[in-house]
Structures are given as C-alpha cells and as structure tokens.
Design a protein around this ligand. Structure first.
Ligand code: MSP
Length: 508
C-alpha cells in the first residue's frame, strides 16, 4: 500500500573527484532515510549522480588525453561501484551529460529569460579556474585563491545574469523560508540563510564565455550555462527523464553546509521564477574533519570509504559515521574512531548479544523458537524494563524522521545493553527445573532481537539480513523487505541457527 511520496536527493558529485568519505557520508545518510521510508510504505525515490560539465573537468580530460565526454564516461564506474560497496541503493543515478537533462536545462533557462529574470551584463573580476568563480580583491591572499592557492586571472566577460534579488523579492523567498514553506534545516542554518537574504542579494552570472564544455546558452551559442545552474536542475530533470520517476517538488535535498547557499537561495528562487514549486526541505549537515584536520589531498588524510568498508564491512562504516556525532553538526572522524565503535557497540554490543541469545536457544531449547503459555507482549516489556524495545522504537522513529541518526542508533544500543543486563540478572543457564520459565525468558529475548533486526535494517542492511536468516524473519528476507505495518511475532514453527559472528575480530 503506497502512501506518501518521498523524493530525496544527494548533491551530484564532481565526476573527477574520487568518492571520499565526505561524499559517502551524505550518500549513506540519504540511503538510510530512503530505506527507512520504504519500510514505512512511502513511495520513495532516491536520486544521486554526477556533475560533469565545466572548465575544471575539461582541463582534467585534456590532461588525461581524452575527449571530455569519453573522460567523464570513464569515471562513472568509480562512483557507482563505490556506492554499491557501501550498500547504497539509489533509484536513479543522474548525469548532467544526459542529453535529456541538457534539453531541460535549456528549456528552463529560456523560461527564465521569458519571465524577465535574465539580463546581459559586462563583468570584470579576478577569476579562479579551480573554483570557477570570480573573487573580489579583498578575498584573495597575496593575489591567490584562498582555496586553491593559485593565482587568479583578471578577466572580463559579458555574461547573462540571473536577477536573483528581483526573483527572491517577487517570489517572497524570505517569507517562505521564515514560515517553513521552504524548510531550511537545521534551525541555525535557516537563520543564517534568512540573515543573508536580509543583508541583500546580488545577481548571479549564469553563463560563461570561455568555458566550452557545458550546455549551450539558449539563443547565444557563444556562451555556455554556468555549471551550478546546470547542476541544480538535475533534481528537476529527474522528474521528467525517468519512467516511474519522482514527482516534483523534491521532499528533501540533503547536502553539507558548503553548498547550502546554492540550494536554499539560488535554487528555490530560480524555480519559482520559472513558475515551478520550490523544494519542500533543504537540510545541510556539518562538515567533518579527519583527526581534527581539514580533509585534503595535499595533507594526504583523505579517507577512502571503500577501503574502510573492505576492512570493517560496509554496514559498520555506515553505523560508525552516523553514530559518531549528531547529523547537522560538524564533527571529527578517524579510522581509530571507527574501529572503536566497531569494537564496542558492534562487536561487543550488538554482535555479542545476538550470539549469546542464539547460542542459548540452540543449547537449551534445541534451537526452537519456544512456545510460552504467558503473554509474550507483556514479556517483551519486561526484558527491557524501563527501556524496552517499544520505547526504543518510539525514540528511533522520531529520531530518524528528524534526521537525528545518532540518537536513533543510541536507542538501539541501549536496548542491546538492557538485554545484556537482563540475561545477567536472569541467568538462564542456572534454570534447569523450570522449563516454562526458561522458554519465557528466551522467547522475550528472541522477540527483542527480532525487533532490533528491523530497527537496524536502514542502517545496516546486510547485518539485518543475517539476523533475519538466523531467526527466519520472513518480512526482512529477500531483495527488498516488506512494509512494516504491524508488529508480528517470530514463527514458532522455525528453528534458529547457530550464529556466524556478525562483527569478526579485525587484525590491526
Ligand atoms: N557538484 C557540486 C554539487 C552540485 S549539487 C546541485 C559539489 N560537488 S562535491 O563533489 O564537491 O560535493 C559536495 C558535497 O560532498 C557536500 O555538500 C557534502 O555532501 C559532501 N562532502 C564533501 N566533503 C565533506 C566533508 N568533509 N564533510 C561532510 N560532507 C562532505 O559541490
């Protein structure tokens, strides 16, 4: 029963970048949300892809001795394989060199012109090829780009400008953000964006004279459309390109704070200026540093998410990244931190609990899902005491819906702990005379890990499948799990299998 739609996007990443842990972070978060909403029966469409035009990419192609199109084509598998290795299941992977996208971009820019939001203007400034943008003298350090540390070139161009200030005013951008009609989150980012609008917006150049590798500007073949305009439109194009594609407007654009400006100001103004609806929500998460330092190729501290996934498992990486610090805030990550979470919460926590419960079931009850005369529902509550799985589920649901992933994972981890305490208190291995009591205790624990399997699914799909196989949880088995509509109990006609370790010891 398909309920509401949920159209979620990640940024489209620069195709000549190597997918690093920063890109992985956003994409994993989007995948968790996508899986969670699919499980709730929402009609989810999860889009990711690559940003493939612009001078930087053309330059890299030339260096590689390839034509730009061949060059970008050759880079796609790198992204798609990385996402596959991280258990990311997007619905479509959009590329800005898709000819259908290119046509849609031209159509929208034409509409923008028709609606009176484009003007041609002469522009002179200090241009950085690396950033593909102009800087003011005061922004430079010794005449060099603050990011790339390369010399900026004085350049003058006649460009087409998007009349951003007028568009924002005409479309009531400020009021819409203020009233959450366009939700900008977290709250602090919303205030930042409102502040920027209030301070006054400058019109933005949306064409380039000297960049050939791009979409031709409609009505003026001597110019190409600025990469950012081309890139932002991907979210809209997807609604037109794919059969059974998503429906505009997007429910959630997910990204880091570095590109919030484009998504929360330029993009909604542009859309409304061409008569389309703005996105419903734009959420910017924080940036992370590696061992306290900015992640950069020159420092040499870039973490390859695929390597980490090969060592610890994709699911453990997914868990650790979202567990370490609150989504939305800045944070620090390192392999040591991932290893620490792996060892404590995953191997010694979740993995050990599953193994304990299944081993006891096999040892004392020949692997049977024990039948008990007492009310199981009541029992599940007793297992967790004041923090039982029902309470955890409530916190978990609320948290995932509000993108508080670390809080959702904390709830799971707390249930694991309460189960461990329950086992230590009840000492099932000491009960030899009262089989009904033993069945009752073990059944409660099994039902609790049954629910844990559902809870971990969006975060750790492989681990969830493994638990599901051990407990024969039909709804979770197979390619895509069932919609979780009602609470069910384990099937008493099945037997549990002796577990394989879920989180094996990792050699240092
Ligand atoms: N191509 C543009 C986006 C166009 S979207 C219409 C772009 N690409 S990018 O490859 O540079 O990716 C930027 C995004 O990568 C960030 O918004 C974030 O999602 C992710 N991250 C890159 N580095 C990151 C960190 N150090 N920390 C967290 N996220 C990071 O910009």
């Amino acid at each position: 029963m398909a309920k509401e739609k949920f159209y979620i996007t990640t940024p489209i990443y620069y195709v000549n970048d190597v997918p690093h842990i920063g890109h992985a972070y956003t994409t994993i978060a989007a995948d968790v949300l996508s899986r969670y909403h699919k499980l709730s029966g929402d009609n989810v469409f999860f889009l990711t892809g690559t940003d493939e035009h612009g001078a930087k990419i053309a330059e890299a192609a030339e260096k590689a001795g390839k034509k730009p199109q061949d060059f970008v084509d050759s880079l796609i598998p790198k992204f798609q394989n990385a996402w596959k290795k991280l258990n990311i299941e997007y619905d479509e992977f959009i590329r800005t060199t898709d000819s259908k996208h290119e046509k849609i971009v031209q159509d929208l820019v034409t509409k923008l012109q028709k609606n009176g939001y484009v003007a041609k203007r002469k522009y002179e400034g200090l241009y950085c090829v690396g950033c593909e943008k102009y800087y003011n003298e005061s922004e430079l350090l010794d005449g060099k780009c603050p990011d790339h540390k390369t010399k900026c070139i004085r350049q003058s161009e006649e460009n087409y400008f998007f009349l951003l200030a007028k568009a924002a005013k005409d479309t009531k951008l400020y009021e819409k953000i203020k009233k959450d009609e366009i939700k900008v989150a977290p709250e602090a980012r919303k205030n930042e964006i409102l502040g920027k609008i209030k301070a006054g917006l400058e019109d933005v150049s949306i064409s380039r004279e000297n960049v050939e590798w791009g979409i031709k500007f409609p009505g003026d073949e001597s110019q190409t459309i600025y990469v950012w305009v081309d890139a932002l439109i991907n979210y809209f194009s997807a609604t037109k390109i794919y059969k059974n594609g998503p429906v505009w407007p997007a429910d959630l654009h997910l990204m880091a704070k570095d590109i919030l400006w484009f998504h929360a100001i330029i993009w909604p103004s542009f859309l409304m200026a061409v008569g389309e609806k703005p996105p419903k929500e734009v959420f910017a998460h924080g940036f992370f540093t590696i061992n306290g330092q900015k992640m950069s190729k020159s420092i040499g501290n870039v973490i390859d998410p695929v390597k980490i996934a090969e060592k610890y498992g994709a699911d453990a990486l997914r868990y650790a990244l979202l567990r370490e610090f609150p989504f939305g805030e800045d944070g620090d990550i390192s392999e040591e931190k991932i290893a620490e979470i792996y060892g404590s919460e995953l191997a010694a926590g979740l993995g050990n609990l599953i193994s304990r419960v299944l081993t006891m079931t096999v040892k004392y009850l020949s692997g049977e899902i024990p039948h008990t005369k007492r009310n199981i529902d009541e029992h599940e509550l007793r297992v967790g005491g004041s923090f039982n799985w029902k309470k955890a589920y409530k916190i978990y649901d609320e948290s995932v819906e509000n993108l508080q992933f670390n809080r959702a994972l904390e709830a799971i981890s707390k249930v694991v702990k309460t189960c461990d305490q329950y086992i230590d208190k009840e000492k099932p291995w000491e009960i030899s005379d009262d089989k009904e009591e033993l069945r009752w205790i073990i059944r409660g624990l099994l039902e609790t890990i049954h629910q844990i399997a559902w809870m971990v699914y969006p975060f750790m799909p492989d681990i969830s499948q493994k638990i599901a196989r051990n407990l024969s949880i039909k709804g979770l088995l197979g390619k895509s799990p069932d919609i979780k509509e009602s609470w069910s109990f384990l099937d008493e006609n099945t037997k549990v299998k002796k577990p394989e370790p879920l989180f094996p010891r990792i050699e240092k």
